[in-house]
Design a protein around this ligand. Structure first.
Ligand SMILES: Nc1ncnc2c1ncn2[C@@H]1O[C@H](COP(=O)(O)OP(=O)(O)OP(=O)(O)O)[C@@H](O)[C@H]1O
Ligand SMILES: [Mg+2]
Length: 378
């Protein structure tokens, strides 16, 4: 068909519908509903134990789901064997065969599938070309660096021409510099392969830099699913707010002093009073809330509205990470100020924050919607 002729590979949407998973009486995944688009790079991120791997293994078919559906490219594969799903998974441990050459390691899945010799060679060389392994094909895994070994493992998944690539913390065995390089390489690989990818990590920087959209998982539940900058500017919960962004968002206890059409007036720990342009329909005077302020959203000012006593100063050159206390109850505050900012350890600093840059979280951990926030796109 003409249509198929122009389509170089199948469309690979991935829909997770109401996925639940229990191990015996322990429920580990709760009502996971995600629609991942064709060619999207989606990152599952969350702290250790939040069930990222379990969800990925369910998609791969390595773990059975308890209830729900997995739809790949419009087809229900919930009960299908892993090899019938058109997916390929790369793990943290490379699991290469030490006695086989790089060429044979990459070719391995094609040998199992008894792919014809010329086609096998073509696919291995294409993968090796993309991953810059052409001059390493004759070597054994033991003669490679960690990053090169991980590339071989990725090569082995590329040759299978999967509809969806799954990665489970593939970079966590590498040192920091190599991880940075591989991040760039994986993003480039995604563009070159034009494939749907789901990538698991606990590293929010990997999530922010590589993802088209991020799924933040917490205790087996989806906290939020959105583009990196959407999560950064409009975190739906305190959990997302403190997980995304570096240094972490400050969370300052506050009491609601009043609610009106302009927003919510709060008195923060340390005495600062602000009127914040957020929807106050779920709070009342006297309620306890938390005000979230990103370290990079404050500046030094003699007209400041937030006072801190500076404990520790880290001069990084371009920025001065300033750690201090607000008030007398040990509430910590971190400010990312200019490299030459006039602050000193042991002294007070007056900081200015715009009410538009403040996030407010209710006692349930959910954000109070900002009045000027754009409508969220589902
Ligand atoms: N076979 C099992 N039987 C019982 N509970 C399990 C099983 N597999 C996973 N779990 C539960 O899921 C939790 C960890 O899930 P998972 O490995 O998916 O987390 P993760 O987010 O990938 O963590 P990490 O970042 O450490 O890799 C365990 O703490 C355990 O409670
Ligand atoms: Mg894991």
């Amino acid at each position: 068909m003409i249509f198929n002729f122009f389509r170089s590979r199948p469309v690979a949407t991935l829909d997770l519908k109401q996925i639940n998973k229990s191990f015996g009486s322990a429920k580990v995944l709760h009502d996971i509903d995600l629609a991942i688009q064709d060619k999207e790079f989606v990152v599952f991120v969350g702290p250790s134990g939040c069930r990222k791997s379990t969800l990925l293994r369910i998609i791969a078919g390595l773990e059975e789901l308890t209830t729900g559906q997995i739809i790949i490219d419009g087809q229900d594969v919930s009960g299908a064997h892993p090899v019938e799903r058109g997916i390929s998974m790369v793990f943290q441990s490379y699991a290469l065969y030490p006695h086989l050459s790089v060429y044979e390691n990459i070719a391995f899945p094609l040998r199992v599938q008894k792919v014809e010799a010329a086609e096998l060679k073509r696919r291995v060389e294409r993968a090796a070309g993309i991953l810059q392994l052409m001059d390493k094909l004759h070597l054994k895994p033991g003669q490679l660096s960690g990053g090169q070994r991980q590339r071989v493992a990725i090569g082995r998944s590329i040759v299978r021409n999967p509809k969806v690539f799954l990665f489970d913390e593939p970079l966590s065995n590498l040192d920091a510099a190599l991880r940075g390089d591989m991040r760039v390489e994986l993003s480039q690989l995604h563009r070159e392969l034009d494939a749907t990818m789901v990538y698991v990590t606990h590293d929010q920087i990997e999530a922010m830099t590589m993802a088209d959209r991020i799924v933040v998982l917490n205790g087996g539940r989806v906290e939020q699913f959105g583009a990196p900058m959407e999560l950064y500017h409009h975190p739906a919960t305190k959990f997302v707010a403190s997980f995304i962004g570096q240094p972490n968002m400050n969370l300052i206890p506050a009491i609601v002093a009043g609610v009106d059409a302009k927003g919510v007036a709060v008195e923060m720990e340390g005495g600062a009073k602000l009127v914040l342009p957020v929807d106050g329909s779920n709070v009342a005077q006297g309620d306890t809330v938390e005000v979230g302020i990103r370290p990079e959203n404050v500046t030094l000012s003699n007209k400041g509205n937030l006072d801190i006593s500076v404990r520790v100063l880290e001069r990084l050159g371009g920025a001065s990470i300033t750690y201090g206390d607000i008030g007398d109850n040990g509430t910590r505050f971190c400010a990312s100020l200019g490299g030459d900012a006039h602050v000193r350890e042991g002294e007070r600093a007056s900081l200015l924050v715009s009410p538009d840059d403040c996030h407010v979280f209710g006692a349930d951990g959910n954000v109070l919607r900002r009045k000027n926030a754009p409508a969220l796109v589902a």
